[in-house]
Design a protein around this ligand. Sequence first.
Ligand code: NAP
Length: 329
Amino acid sequence: MSANDKPLIAIAGATSKQGRSVASTLLRSGRFRVRALTRKKDSPEALNLEKLGAEIVTVPLQLGFQKDVVAAFEGADGAFLMTPPIIPPETTEAPIGRQLADAAVEAGVGHIVFSTLENVDAISGGTKFAPHFTDKARVADHIRGLPISHSFVILAFFYTNLLEYYLPRMEGDTLLLPIYLPEDFRAPFVDPLTATGPAVLEIFSNPERYNGRTLPIVGDVISPREMVETFREVTGLKAEYRNAFTRGGLLQYFPEFAANELFVQELLGMVEYAVQYGYFGKEHDLEWSRRLNPDTLDWKQYLRTTGWRGDKRSFGLQEKREAVLSGIT
Ligand SMILES: NC(=O)c1ccc[n+]([C@@H]2O[C@H](COP(=O)([O-])OP(=O)(O)OC[C@H]3O[C@@H](n4cnc5c(N)ncnc54)[C@H](OP(=O)(O)O)[C@@H]3O)[C@@H](O)[C@H]2O)c1
């Protein structure tokens, strides 16, 4: 097969944690070409993808760029679609997702994979506020009505949340880990950087098998108590859990969040939803991605692989989040 005979997959959000994983896995498989959509052609992440063989196209994931997205999707056999982190009061996530899906239809893309989450609004009867979940589910509903072959992935909570957002702090000789979930609540977690790609490679390799299906991507199901115990065991450091799941706990450890009340409500709504209803609907096969890829990292393997010892790690978009939280944007 010559390089040009390989199916071409366009990736929206290609420099994101999920997107990078998809792009690099598809390229390394040697079975696909990749077109990477980004706002910044010269960011380290985009340059890395280019080095791996991706074609880089400059398009923002923003409303009003339908034509540019259609042009970026022209000739693609498949597209991986995701919405960027949108922090309230911004409400553009669902329209951005619909714009991406509509563009894929208009460009004649063969199969799309959209990264979705559960419809918290519908499941909780409107009692829990988590628009970054519900908006993705609304995009998925929109996609189900489009004349295009499609699949969905649902990623568990990211381990990276603890490394880039809910940062530990030292008190005396002990590292305190403020975690956004109750200490004994077992929740699904995953490393988006290593787990997304293999799952999406499988889907684009067998689009008929996965047409219409929703596939969860999970690395571990683990409670904060177990996460902290494992952290102590792997790092040898003294560490303790701290509550960052109630309003008081969250704002004690992250007082800067108070600048954005809607964001606080969203974080609390998401956790209350997960605790009360479960992060994933009961219909999902939570073992699917781990059966497919036995190398999927559980929390212990994640700590060993990354060597994380409580330090702050940045995966790309920290500045934007900090700007939003401090009311700059
Ligand atoms: N954190 C979790 O536990 C979790 C779990 C499940 C799902 N999710 C969802 O995952 C999504 C984020 O994925 P991720 O963490 O892989 O992404 P990420 O690493 O935060 O990166 C987001 C990417 O979006 C691109 N982008 C394009 N237009 C943007 C815009 N207007 N604003 C911000 N970014 C823009 C950026 O690429 P360029 O700069 O190159 O354009 C950036 O690389 C969110 O929708 C979130 O709700 C998160």
